[in-house]
Design a protein around this ligand. Structure first.
Ligand code: SF4
Length: 378
């Protein structure tokens, strides 16, 4: 007899006609099926896939854990397909194994956190000893707010959005600077079980997805993965991120995240260093976005910065057209000077104003010429 069951919440009929668009429906087919309870979220299957060792044992080295992970990873796709072909109710007939593929991912994520190389800053903070890294996060889950976000892309709303504290970027124009940089540790400190309860609450109240954002969710990766152990509800998991995680963390996330919402901000490393203080931005973010595109559904965001259409928007859109042809794209026009740029506009005169209409129109024209799909979801 199994002693657990999955809750399925009926999502109300679509208020928006977005799903009438065949391109949107085709490109977000996996996400749509999970949202409608026609398929399980990936994390639900990952935690039902048994592994035959205790991944939390201190006897296991990192290399041994990766080898267990990669073996289970090879079996995940066929298990996912089998469960889908038998219908979602099949899930609740399966016993939860003592240790699962998800447990292996959690164990690996906590190991990668101490010294920390969760993101490509690789700052080496001893977070399990209570020492925060550059992102300001240590061993505590910090949530500043959670609610149904109605301002996200139309296939996503209402989006059950969780705002985590801290960020591995230091964007001088950050619009969430209070929770990412100024007071990152000021939110509620939660347990993984409480984080799961928030996700269940958001879904029960009609969220189409759980939208992990910040700041950036990446520093919270181990805790978010652990929360999936306690989440007995079918809901698509959405990763809303600057995509500066390490390759190892991408590997942990890829069989758990149902839809990716990455930001591709800059078209070169010089602008990324000057405005966000990150190195090798282009190589790292495009590497991770390409991987996300190849393993799942994806909407790529690009915020048009004033005076950065040629150096950033053009190479970003050209890269998207060449490398992620299945992606839907949101070309965002809402930039406004905030944070350091608002206080010291003389330091950043190029971005000390809103983008002009001509700049936004030029970005749209570039996208049209490259065959990028962006209009239906903006
Ligand atoms: S997640 Fe935070 S602590 Fe870890 S490497 Fe990145 S900045 Fe450093």
């Amino acid at each position: 007899m199994v002693d657990w069951f999955i809750t399925l919440i009926n999502i109300r009929p679509d208020a928006l006609s977005i799903w009438q668009d065949p391109v949107v429906k085709e490109r977000l087919a996996h996400y749509y099926s999970v949202m409608k309870n026609e398929k399980p979220a990936k994390f639900l299957v990952a935690r039902l896939m048994p592994v035959d060792v205790d991944p939390y044992s201190s006897d296991l080295s990192l290399e041994e854990l990766w080898s267990i992970h990669d073996k289970a990873r090879g079996e995940f796709t066929s298990m996912y397909k089998d469960i889908c072909s038998e219908g979602l109710n099949k899930l609740s007939t399966l016993e939860k194994p003592k240790y699962s593929y998800l447990d292996v991912k959690i164990a690996l994520a906590y190991k990668l956190m101490n010294p920390c190389r969760i993101c490509e800053r690789r700052c080496g903070a001893l977070r399990l000893e209570g020492k925060p890294g550059i992102c300001a996060i240590d061993r505590e889950i910090i949530v500043h707010s959670y609610f149904h976000h109605m301002g996200e892309e139309s296939p996503l709303v209402p989006s059950g959005t969780i705002f985590y504290g801290g960020c591995n970027f230091k964007c001088v124009f950050c619009q969430n600077y209070d929770i990412s940089q100024v007071n990152p540790r000021g939110g509620e400190k939660l347990s993984p079980q409480e984080l799961a309860m928030i996700q269940a609450y958001l879904r029960r109240k009609g969220a189409r997805n759980i939208n992990h954002v910040g700041g950036d969710p990446t520093p919270h990766t181990p805790f978010i993965l652990e929360s999936f152990k306690y989440l007995d509800i079918n809901v698509p998991q959405l990763w809303n991120s600057n995509m500066y995680m390490t390759e190892e963390v991408m590997k942990l996330l890829e069989d758990l995240i149902d839809i990716w919402l990455p930001d591709l901000k800059y078209g070169n490393n010089k602008c990324a260093w000057r405005l966000s203080k990150v190195k090798d931005y282009w190589e790292i973010s495009t590497r991770n976005i390409k991987r996300a595109h190849d393993v799942g559904d994806i909407i790529i965001r690009h915020l048009v910065l004033p005076n950065h259409v040629e150096c950033c928007t053009r190479p970003v859109l050209e890269w998207i057209a060449r490398n992620t042809p299945r992606a839907l794209v949101n070309i965002m026009d809402q930039y406004r000077p905030e944070h350091i740029v608002a206080r010291h506009p003389q330091l950043y005169p190029d971005i000390a104003r809103r983008p002009k209409r001509e700049e936004i129109e030029l970005a749209y024209k570039m996208a049209d010429e490259l065959g990028i799909i962006y209009k239906p979801i903006s």
